[in-house]
Design a protein around this ligand. Sequence first.
Ligand code: 5RP
Length: 221
Amino acid sequence: MSMSQDDLKRAVAQAAIAYVPTDCIVGVGTGSTANCFIDELAKIKHKLRGAVASSEASAKRLQGHGIEVVSLNDAGTLPVYVDGADEITRHLHMLKGGGGALTREKIVAAASKKFICLCDASKLVDVLGKFPLPVEVIPMARSYIAREIVKLGGQPKLRDGFTTDNGNIILDVHGLQIMNPVELESILNELPGVVTNGLFARRGADVLLLGKPEGGQTIIL
Ligand code: 5RP
C-alpha cells in the first residue's frame, strides 16, 4: 500500500530525529512538514536543551509540547536546522516561503551548521519556479518592487490579507523558470525594499530526506 502525503511527512520527520544531537538547541522550520518534526521532537524533549523557532506559529506549537523556545540571540550557532520546502532540486537549491516565514527561516538556517530538508517526492523538481516565488517586501516598496520583478520576467501577485511575522507583505512571483537560482537570489535581495526572497540557493540544504511512497527515505547529500 502506498503512503499518503501526511504519512510521508510523518516518516521523514521521524527520520530527521537521528540528525538532532543530544542536549542541543535545534533550529525548527515552519509548515506542515515542520509541524510533524515538532511533534516528533516532543517525544525526545528530555534530551533537548531547547529550540529556536522560525515563526510565531512554530514557537507556539513547540511551547504547546513543553519544549523551551530560545531566542536566536541567546542560542549562538545551532548544530542543525530542520525544515520543509516548496520545491527542491538535486543540487539542494530550494524554493521556500509558501507559509510566509521565509525571512526568519533563512536567518535561523544561516545561523545553523547543517540544514536538513524534509520533503516528499512531489517537491523534487528539475527547475525551480513552478511554485510561485515568495518575496518579503517592506510595505512602502510594494509597487516599486512589483515593477522591478516584471522587468525580470515575473508576474508578482500580492498575497492578499497576509502580513509576515516581521510586519511586511509578500509578493508571490509567478511565471519564472529559474535556471540560475544562486544569481536570482542575489539580484532580488539587492533591490531596496526586499527583505528577502524564497530562494535558498546560496546556502542550500546539506541533507535532503526524501520520503518514498513505498516507505523509507532517499537521502541526498
Ligand atoms: C514556510 C516554508 C515551508 O517550508 C514550505 O512552505 C513547505 O511547507 P509544507 O511542509 O507545509 O509543505 O517555507 O515558509
